[in-house]
Design a binder for this molecule. Sequence first.
Ligand SMILES: [Zn+2]
Ligand SMILES: [Zn+2]
Length: 372
Amino acid sequence: MTTSSRAVVLEAFGEPLQMHTYDVPAPKDMAALVRVGFAGVCGTDVHLQAGRLSIPTPVVLGHEAVGRIDALGAGLTHDVLGAPLAEGDWVSWLNNIACGRCYYCLVEGRPTLCTGSRRIYGINQRADEWPHVSGGWSDYIYLQPGTVLVKLPEVASPQEAISLGCAGPTAVHGALDEVRIRPGDTVVVQGSGPVGMAAAMYAELAGARHVVVVGGPAARLETAARLGVGQAHVDIFETTDPAERARIVRAETRRGEGADVVVEATGVPAAVAEAIDLVRPDGQVSVVGQYTDHGPTPINPHLITRKNLTISGSWGFGARHYIGYVSSLPQLLDRFDLAALVTEYPLEQAESAVADVKAGSVLKAVLRIGGR
Ligand SMILES: [Zn+2]
Ligand SMILES: [Zn+2]
């Protein structure tokens, strides 16, 4: 019997998304077929549809998803952490498979900088080639051998597990891996979208005493405050003057000197200059948010020298960050109501979900596909 799968396909940039139906193949050795439960919609999808990133088309979109194992190929018996896998298990997976052969994969151990043929589900796998269903906005997704596959922790519902989407592992990389947050630190997070929210949550898990979220619009900051994400919230639409913002933020820091760590998660180039201003001497700045190239911005490099700053970038996330995210879901859920971040849409409404993400009218859009 052949299984068929609906899938949302990006056929051409700037055009409406199409719903197609594909025959789903049985998994070959070490592969897996997953019945998708929920799939996230993120800012990257807006950029993909607009044609701002160079990808092949047609492509089944959806680079963040959770689902249940439908069938396991021969030899695939355990997840990456060693837990046995069975049909029906709720799982998630790293959305990319690095080449494993290039300099950055082999020598530097930095698969996020892979220069080989890195395969990314929902982004660069052609829908008109086998196995067709290589994105999460689909009833089924075919996970190829080499996919980092992990069972969801039992305490996390699938909705909770998808609530941060790729913002979760992105924040693990940028806020925990590239900078060091110490107990008692004051951390400023610029940006209150999913990456900023996740960075603020992880700053608290890492032991920060005081987390200041600088972002907007007001509704997002209210959600952050309601969920206990950050202890202070500064609205950039209310306080539009950077000097005035800096005064407010510094007043939240020890001795008024500035933050121990600033995590930039805005995508706005000028925010980096502001981060350098907001951090204390000998502090650290993590630039996470500049995913699309919005061009240069004036900064005062004298501050970097005089304050002895450490500034780091981080690009995407790898297996370590992804597993860090999934494994820390129980800790996140102890403190934060992750499900409250989510607005659900049926698969047929993927187009309006993308439009709402583009408009910033929802914090996290999620397609309910197989559900629970
Ligand atoms: Zn994403
Ligand atoms: Zn590589």
